[in-house]
Each structure stands twice: as C-alpha cells, then as structure tokens.
Ligand binder design. Structure first.
Ligand SMILES: Cc1cc2nc3c(=O)[nH]c(=O)nc-3n(C[C@H](O)[C@H](O)[C@H](O)COP(=O)(O)OP(=O)(O)OC[C@H]3O[C@@H](n4cnc5c(N)ncnc54)[C@H](O)[C@@H]3O)c2cc1C
Length: 562
C-alpha cells in the first residue's frame, strides 16, 4: 500500500473529474462527489451500454427470477444528469492516460473514433474481467462469461433459441454456483466442473462439504478435483473435456473461474501495479500519481486479518471505496480500513457465508497462533417448530481471543450470524465479546443463547482451559482413545471408527473403565455432551479433550475427504 500524502487543505473549485467505469465503484464515486462538491464537473465513462447496473443480479436475470431487464438498472444516465448534474457517456472506452498532460484518450466504441479529454482528477473504476484461459474451444460461440447485461441477454437467447437442456458450469465459486442455480431454475441439467476438491474455494473444505451435498441432492452433478482441458463443438452442442479425460456433454458452457483486475490502462500509464495484478493505492484510494485515484475490483486491498495485500472482487468494498475516493478528491479526511472478505452466497435454498480469514487462508499467511471451534446449533430455539441447523466454524487467535474469521452454512439464519461476527471482527472483537453480545431473541428468530453467543462461549472455554480441544487431524494417528458419549442408538447409527461408547449418563458409574486407558478425545453429536464429559473427566484426573462439533463435524470432514 502507498503511504498517505498530506491532505489537500483547500479544495480547488470547478475541478474536472473523469471517472472510468460507471458501475459499483465509479457510480458511487460520482454521486458522492456531487453531494460534496457542487462546483466540479463530473464525467462518468463506461465502454458498455449501461452505467450503474446490478452485476450481482445478473445470474438471477438468466434464471428469470428477475424477469424484467429494467430491474437491473439501478440508475440511468438521465437520472445522473437530471438529479446530480453528472454527465454519463456510455459506449466510451478509456484507452490511454497521458499523466504529464493530465489527458485521457477515449474511444467511441461504435465508431472507433478517438479523442482527448483533460482532467484535474481521474478515477479508475474499471472492475475486473473474467479469466479466459487460452484453452482450445474457449472462444466458441456458446461459451459464456457473465459480466454484463448483454452477456446475460446472449445466454438467455442461446437457451431459448436452441432449447438448451444441459449446461456445464466451469468453476464452483460464487458466480459459478449462482449460475448453476439459475440455469437449473430454467430447467437445465447442470454439471459443475471445479479444479479444487471442493466447491466455494473461499471456505475451508469441510465447511464447503454441506454445500456440495446440497447441490447433489438437488440434482447437480459435481466434478471436483478436475480442470478444463478443452471444449469441442459436437453435434450442435459441446463436449467439455477435462484434464482427467472425462467428457461432459453440454448445450452451453458457463465460464466462471474467477476474475482478474482490469489494470492494463493503469499499467500502460506507468501507475504502480501490485503482485496480484491490481492497481496499488493508499488508504484514500489515491494511486502513486496524485491526480489519479482507483477503486473497486481493479485495485489491491489490505487484508486486515492476514496483513497481506489481496484482490477482493466484491460490491460492498467497491461501493465504499468509490465514496472514499470522492471524499479524498473533495479534500475530506477519509480512509479505507481494509477488507476482511465478508461474503455470502445462496445456492438452491442453502446459504454459505464467511467473514475474515479461513483456516487455509491463515495457514497460507503463516499464522499459527490460532484455534478453531465448530458448532451446529439450530437457527432458532429448538422448542419452536422448524429449527434448521447452522454449521458454524469460528477461528480466533490464541491467547488473546481476537476473532479472525467465521464460516457458516445452513438453510436459515446463516447471513445474520456471519454479519454479527463480521461487525465484531471489524471492531477488533474477541470471542469474549461474542459470548457477551446482546442479540435479539424471540423463539422464531434465535435463542436466548444465540449461535453467535455459543460460538464465543465455546471458544472462551477453550481459551480459559475448561475445554481443551482434541486435534481432528490426529484421530487414528496417535494412541489417544476416541470416547463417544452419545446414547448407544446414536452410536450404532454411525461413529468414528475405533471409538468406544460410554453414554454421558453412565460416565460416572462406569468411570472405573476409563482410569487405565490413558487419554481421551471425547466425541458426541455436536460437541455439547462431550464438553460436559470432558469437564467431569478432567476434574477426576483424566486427560480428556473435546472433538469440537462432535460427530457432525466428523461427517463434514469425511465428506471433504479430510
Ligand atoms: C455475475 C456477478 C455476480 C456478482 N455477485 C456479487 C454479489 O452477490 N455480491 C458481491 O459483493 N459482489 C458480487 N459481484 C461482484 C461485484 O459486482 C463487483 O465486485 C463490483 O461490481 C465491482 O465494482 P467495480 O466498480 O470495481 O467494477 P464493475 O462494477 O465491474 O464496473 C466496471 C465498469 O468499468 C467499465 N470499464 C472497464 N474498463 C473500461 C475502460 N477502459 N473504459 C471505460 N469503461 C471501462 C466496465 O465496462 C464496467 O462496466 C458479482 C459480479 C458478477 C459479475
């Protein structure tokens, strides 16, 4: 990140501000700037046909959930002109920046004609473009990326004109899964091909396992751990051939294997580009040129958890950065605090959400002083009908208990819990803050001990030594005995191989059976009874630890191949 320059103390009036890219970051910047400065001239350029459209709604337009294309248009060029005196030029591409002369060369997309526009301040908000690997067949008609309204129009027309029945979605991340859901909604058979062994790469594998299971239960075919090799046109459709040699038949192919920052314009102008390919900015969104700002998917941002510079293509940060760039141009003290990667996806009725770092992200960043707990509470009080489990994983630093990240998966109440934890992360909160958080409760919404409170309490029990954690990875690799304290009926329906079973209710009377057997990793259904057992055993001199999240966690780990 670039160090901050001194803030301009007086703001020149009648600045000419050009903004390249008129969607999340660019449009936010333009509107905010007008609210702060009536004198400046603001020109919003986009090479596409629209500004301020809802990229995040695009999959749902393909799926006909959003039936009217007009609903994707958040604000029109007329609205920008009439309400904010912002000039919008669509079909206009920025092609070069002459920094010495403070001039931007723009090209009319329709005619190809170029001309120059001068600026006092230039904001780059060009977003990110879908990755298209140079593989055979990738440019065939019928292989679609999803970035713009015209893209979605083409996909809809392709489905309708050819009566498409089968789609292969390449990439099992947010956009891939949203496209899978929406194409299934249109009645297509869906195969998702994902190079990793899991869907939803931002999640840890065991947390992604319920999503995969849910997709399969809804009829989606998942091909995991295999990548795209080539696409061949075949019989009016496509043969998608994987690296492992599997052939997947399709009538259309969606490419959703990620995006990369659109930083070529900045790079060609000699602006600083970071190792992840994004434009480097300071906390006020200013590049290494004091007349140029950059925001959104095109920039690198500071990850407040890992301390690394990353790219994070999400709408929330892009919008906030647009505002900050406007404030900075207007001479206001402002600053972007960095990102913590809070994200959510809904897939066929299931929600997966996360904030902060994942376990694999922490390990990649070299962070070792952390612990993790799992829990599987109902999304509201169990006594009220219809409670659905939330699978929740909380990562926190040891010994100070700072919350580092959380992931949750379930059918109900997932986003609310992750949003609460996200706010705690933002304020530097600890697991003790989660335990103490005063959250709303009525039976149909939560519990007197909300899942967020429970996560904090469990983690606090770990930190204060009441509930030492067993190492899930060590099961079967050391001499420790797995003690399952569920009832015999539950145990016989499925248990960790090699586990012995003494129900919690018999533990005191059968205590003598344990004294000679060394140390124990204690398991139950979701972790609660194991905790009670561990408290009893440890207070009676037995070395016992809890397998966090119990058999439910074990099943998720097995499903993820761990
Ligand atoms: C299908 C889809 C679903 C998504 N769903 C979600 C979601 O649910 N939640 C979420 O947080 N995020 C989601 N995102 C990501 C989110 O849309 C982006 O992070 C956000 O839009 C980035 O804002 P931006 O301003 O940086 O870029 P964009 O919104 O992409 O806007 C960039 C604009 O700049 C224009 N442009 C580029 N280069 C030039 C140039 N040289 N000259 C002129 N114009 C140029 C482009 O045409 C584009 O219109 C989704 C994205 C897609 C594609």
């Amino acid at each position: 990140m670039i160090p901050l320059r001194p803030l301009r103390t007086s703001t020149p009036t009648s600045l000419r501000v050009l903004i390249v890219g008129g969607v999340a970051g660019g449009a936010s910047c333009a509107a905010r700037l007008r609210r702060l400065d009536e004198t400046c001239e603001i020109v919003l350029l986009d090479r596409g046909a629209y500004v301020s459209f809802a990229n995040c709604g695009l999959p749902y337009f393909v799926g006909n959930v959003i039936a009217d294309e007009k609903n994707l248009l958040v604000a029109s060029a007329d609205l920008f002109r009439d309400r904010f005196r912002i000039e919008v030029r669509t079909g206009t591409e920025a092609v070069a920046i002459d920094r010495a002369r403070q001039v931007l060369t723009i090209r009319d997309v329709a005619s190809g004609a170029t001309r120059e526009e001068s600026y006092d301040s230039l904001v780059l908000a060009p977003g990110a473009s879908p990755v298209r690997p140079a593989l055979p067949g990738i440019e065939l008609d019928g292989v679609f990326a999803v970035r713009s309204i015209p893209d979605t129009r083409r996909i809809r027309a392709w489905i309708d004109d050819r009566d498409a029945r089968r789609a292969v979605v390449i990439g099992g991340g947010f956009i891939g899964l949203e496209m899978a859901e929406n194409l299934a909604h249109r009645g297509l058979d869906i195969t998702v091909l994902e190079k990793l062994e899991q869907v939803m790469p931002p999640l840890d594998p065991e947390m992604a396992a319920p999503v995969a299971e849910h997709l399969r239960s809804k009829g989606v075919t998942l091909v995991l751990g295999d990548g795209l090799a080539r696409i061949e046109a075949r019989g009016g459709g496509f043969a998608v051939v994987t690296e492992a040699g599997v052939t997947l038949e399709a009538d259309l192919v969606i490419l959703a294997i990620g995006v990369r920052p659109e930083s070529a314009l900045a790079r060609d102008a000699g602006l600083k580009i970071g190792p992840r390919g994004g434009i480097v900015v300071d906390a006020r969104m200013q590049t290494d040129d004091p007349h140029i700002w950059a925001v959104g998917d095109a920039i690198e941002v500071h990850d407040v958890i890992t301390g690394q510079e990353v790219v994070l293509p999400l709408a929330g940060p892009a919008n906030r950065q647009g505002r900050i760039a406007a404030e900075s141009i207007a001479g206001r003290e402002t600053g972007f605090r960095g990102i913590q990667a809070t994200a959510v996806v809904g897939v066929m009725g299931m929600t997966a959400a996360s904030t902060g770092a994942s376990e694999k992200g922490l390990r990649r960043a070299g962070v070792t002083n952390f612990e993790k707990v799992y829990l599987h509470p109902g999304h509201h009080a169990g006594y009220y009908p219809g409670a659905k489990p939330i699978h929740l994983k909380l990562l926190f630093s040891v010994p100070d208990g700072r919350v580092l990240g959380a992931q949750a998966v379930g059918l109900e109440g997932v986003a609310k819990r992750i949003d609460v934890i996200a706010a705690a992360v933002q304020f530097g909160g600890t697991v003790h803050d989660l335990a103490e958080a005063e959250l709303c409760y009525a039976p149909q919404y939560g519990a007197a001990k909300d899942p967020v409170n429970l996560a904090g309490m469990i983690a606090a029990n770990v930190l204060n030594g009441d509930m030492p954690l067993a190492d899930w990875e060590a099961i079967g690799h050391d001499a420790t005995v797995v003690l399952d304290v569920r009832e015999p009926g539950e145990f016989s329906a499925g248990a960790i191989p090699g586990a012995i079973n003494i129900p919690l209710s018999e533990l005191r009377s059968r205590f003598g059976e344990l004294t000679a057997r060394g140390s124990f990793d204690v398991c139950c259904g979701v972790g609660q009874r194991a905790y009670y057992a561990v408290r009893f055993l440890r207070q009676n001199g037995i070395d016992a630890r809890t397998l966090s999240g119990g058999y439910a966690t074990w099943k998720m780990r097995k499903a993820a191949g761990l």
